[in-house]
Design a protein around this ligand. Sequence first.
Ligand code: SAH
Length: 359
Amino acid sequence: MMPASILDMSRDELRQAVTHAGFPVYRADQLADWVFVKGITDPAAMTNLPKARQSAPPSPDAAATCALGVEILSSRLVASDQDADGTTKLLIEFADGQRAETVLIPEPSRATACLSTQIGCAMGCRFCASGAGGFVRNMTAAEILQQVLHLRHALANPGAMAAPRITNVVFMGMGEPLANYAATIAAVGSLIDPDRFALSARSITISTIGPARAIRRLANENLPITLAISLHAPTDELRRSIMPAVRDSIDELMSAAEYFFQSRKREVTLEYVLIDSVNDTMLCADALANLARRVRCNVNLIALNPTDDCPYNRPTSGAVRNFAARLKNRGVNVHVRQSRGGGQSAACGQLRLRKEPQE
Ligand code: SAH
């Protein structure tokens, strides 16, 4: 049986596990210091822990690393790509051979981790690479958090130009976070735990296409995170044509956004991927402006990053500017998001698709 993961344990639970394995309680705090403060995951590098008891993984094949009888990682890095702008994309493989990708976006004043929550995605949005291979399985909370540990290794690379710590997390990698609700919320709990990843809840963004009832449930969690809703179209017909899994109406979604704002007093982000001649018309901009007026929100525009086999095109930068200007003229807070890491497998799910194991 696999030992329990340190990523699933609170400070007290780790102390119990370590004493249960026959070590003094202070060893638990030493181990947590290595993993969460220093970002070290290799037991051999944990110099103040007892050498003899740093057991090897239970089976030689397992990817797991263990210290004091506690699992640290059950995954290994299989590929890494760094773009000229410093964006680093990692592909990591779990014990069952499934792979997830995770991205680090370094900026002068912060470093953002973009995390996956599922292997594949069931939503099948027609512009998104994650949906292309279908849904495989949910990730556990420990697997979601392991991405942060792998990214911290990447940060520590002497070549990487980045802030020394991960400061922000966006759940915008593979998968639909609210379709893996419990694991996502458990991972957020650990990210904001001062004894664990110690991030501010305000620097965490959950991005979702819905449904509305999951957004309402999230609003009731008492977590001051940022909610980003992947809207991408101002009418139900258009939205359903590019996002086939959508069931709720935009009206239901916007009511849930209002409820989130009322409950959490946090401005909501509306994400809008601009697709050439599909949703980038001035009519769409006007309809989107009307929707945006319903709730305190920021609209994030991003030009489509065309994936392999994607039936759509990226709009010209002029079209993006015009769309943004139209919204701005109508009083909407609008930001044009730069797509980072454009040099290689940048869009969600692309790295995984390109490095699919050849079987
Ligand atoms: N399932 C969640 C989170 C993952 S996607 C969601 O849909 O919100 C994170 C963001 O990237 C979403 O807004 C998504 O629509 C966007 N995205 C997906 N594919 C893209 C592409 N090819 N180009 C630009 N943005 C894309």
